[in-house]
Design a protein around this ligand. Sequence first.
Ligand code: C5P
Length: 221
Amino acid sequence: MSPIIIAVDGTAAAGKGTLARNLARIYHLSHLDTGRLYRAVGFKMLKEGKDLADREAAVSIANSLTHEDFDNPALRNEDIGVAASHVAAFEEVRKILLVFQRSFADQPPAGMQGVIIDGRDIGSIILPAAPCKIFVTASLEVRAERRLKELHQKGINCIYEAILEDIKARDARDETRKASPLRPAEGAYILDTSTLGIEECVKKACAYVESKYPEARKHIE
Ligand code: C5P
């Protein structure tokens, strides 16, 4: 069987990361969360006191990234997500990170069934030939509630209205930027998670994956 290739895209806090991690476990796939790449650039911009509109600085930071930069736990913070969405609008930054993403997809580690990559333009730009494309979304309010809960669980204090505004602004930047705007790839399976729990989402996604890869082996149920 040829390697499984799954592209997962979607809006901020819609549950695409959770879904991708679950599918990676179930089908034994190597997983890349591409948000981490953009977050790593955003993180360094803030750390080095750069203006987020400084294109040259963002390009230079993107060129200098190493694997260690992607493992920083601080990348998950909300302000880093916002910074990431600013630098993600620079076409040159996207081109640099595209090379990394494609080479990840081209080399599934030995012993794994394939790769799953999640982000904003995986099905449309990074892997347009991927047989399996999933677009995950949910209502703005549901996404804000989920992000709030996630942050509270981490002991981070924040208020619902601020999170809602952050996500709304991030959606607007992701959807309206010139370079690779966020939108479902042609033929993508749309998964609206607003009223679904994780198990239901995973079940629906598995049915879709297996419609594309009938020979996919489940490593766990
Ligand atoms: O998915 P995550 O919230 O970690 O992404 C942070 C930001 O990085 C997004 O809001 C988006 O602007 C940008 N991003 C992107 N393309 C990707 C992944 C993330 O533009 N493939």
